[in-house]
Design a protein around this ligand. Structure first.
Ligand code: PHE
Length: 440
């Protein structure tokens, strides 16, 4: 098994690669639009900086202390009673991968279509129509889903350290630069400023319980918490790097990426008169509009979708790695068998999600189609439950171990650790629990 990340920077960028993905560029903009814009962003920010940061440090510590994937870490550090709670994050990762690959597939399709010049248009109606044509066609939706999944499997098969770490080092910075360039074009379109205002000027009258619930779900999703990714990556981290500081970097980079994602997608939607609350299609409909207003728009379109694809891939590989690592730890499987086996499972579970915008649009359970149901159940129920379990395990059952992981660097701030423990042991379980129970 590949031993460790080659450097702390590599670890931070790979973890940020897991965190920064479709969550920031695809999910955040439409969720912010549906949940009160700036009010949503504020709550999200607050949750990410407190609970998110504490839980991320703890997850990394559990991984490094145990040297195993998430289920193994729970078992080693908590004992046999934690067996199933440790499997829950892995199961969650499996389900998330089902619908994540569908959206990843849309990105792949858009990359392909922009290369053959079929993406850019100035007409909002045409853009919306093209997007629905893609997602409603069952063959296309499933084929692109399979293509994206195949790419992820290929990378994980090659060993994540070399592949992912290298890929993240180059492409994460490129993603940030390109987003900045496109934001400048987007916000200077006539009428776009209303979108910036909508996202940034606080309006607390829009703050409600739903906002908090949605923001918490997104905080977990976007920071890759509650599904074992950070535990699994932590297991590949060498002794001696400063954990809380690394986690801090990952959280800050993710917050910045989400803010940029919002500024990228929402203003052009306002400028084009698109409904920013339109949901999952927003990124795919609003971005091509920007390209129509740029010189070499087709080129920028291809670049943008290439980077969206990369952002999605650096996240999807972490989901697949969580599952594969479980099968390797638990059943002594080879990486190859573990990856291929889980990929087949993920392909199958992704099919209902892929068909949710076409033939299975009206097949609903609890009022949601398969795609929404998978998304809702994981973000709003399963990730929070795993979050509570992680917090309780770390805060009550193995704090010493966690603490010694956090203090490997001389002088890691005692007061900070004390505050961290209060957040992990008390605030996180109670706060997440209240939101979870009221939300269900
Ligand atoms: N954080 C990723 C994103 O925002 C999604 C993800 C969730 C990846 C959970 C891994 C684990 O796109």
């Amino acid at each position: 098994m590949a031993a460790t990340f080659s450097s702390r920077l590599g670890f931070i960028l790979s973890s940020a690669g897991s965190a920064i993905g479709l969550g920031c560029i695809w999910k955040f903009p439409y969720m912010a639009a549906q949940n009160g814009g700036s009010a949503f962003f504020m709550v999200y920010l607050l949750l990410a900086m407190t609970l998110g940061l504490a839980l991320m440090s703890v997850e990394m510590a559990l991984g490094r202390a145990s040297g195993s994937g998430v289920a193994g870490a729970f078992l080693k550090l908590g004992g046999p009673r934690w067996r199933w709670l440790g499997r829950l994050p892995m199961i969650t990762a499996f389900i998330i991968m089902g619908f994540y690959c569908v959206v990843g597939g849309w990105s792949l399709a858009y990359l392909f279509k922009s290369l053959i010049g079929q993406v850019v248009s100035n007409d909002a109606g045409v853009l919306a129509e093209r997007f629905s044509a893609l997602i409603a066609n069952p063959w296309q939706a499933v084929a692109w889903h399979a293509g994206f999944l195949g790419l992820s499997a290929w990378i994980v098969l090659g060993g994540v350290q070399q592949g992912i770490e290298k890929m993240s080092r180059w492409l994460m910075p490129a993603l940030f630069i390109l987003m900045l360039v496109l934001i400048v074009r987007g916000v200077t379109l006539p009428g776009a400023m209303a979108g910036v205002e909508f996202l940034l000027v606080p309006d607390f009258s829009k703050l409600g319980f739903d906002t908090v619930l949605a923001a918490m779900g997104l905080a977990f999703f976007s920071l890759s918490l509650g599904m074992g990714a950070m535990v699994t990556y932590g297991a590949y981290l060498d002794v001696g790097s400063d954990l809380p500081a690394s986690a801090g970097w990952v959280v800050v980079l993710t917050l910045v990426a989400c803010l940029l994602g919002g500024l990228l997608v929402i203003p052009p939607a306002f400028a084009m008169g698109l409904d920013p609350q339109s949901g999952p299609g927003l990124t795919f409909i609003s971005m091509p509009a920007i390209f129509a207003h740029m010189p070499a728009g087709a080129l920028f379109a291809a670049l943008f979708f290439a980077l969206l694809l990369v952002a999605a891939l650096t996240s999807s590989v972490s989901l697949l790695e969580v599952c594969a690592r479980f099968a390797m730890d638990e059943f002594g499987m080879s990486r190859r068998r573990a990856v291929l086996g889980f990929s087949v499972g993920m392909f199958l579970i992704g099919i209902p999600a892929a068909l949710s915008f076409g033939p299975w649009k009206d097949a609903t359970l609890f009022g949601r189609n398969a795609f929404d149901l998978m998304d809702y159940a994981t973000s709003n129920v399963m990730l929070p439950i795993s979050g509570i379990a992680t917090a309780i395990l770390a805060g009550w059952f193995c704090w010493r171990t966690v603490e010694s992981q956090m203090r490997q660097r001389e002088g890691t701030r005692r007061t900070l650790l004390a505050v961290g423990r209060v957040i992990v042991a008390m605030v996180a379980p109670v706060a997440i629990g209240v939101i979870l129970v009221r939300g269900v």
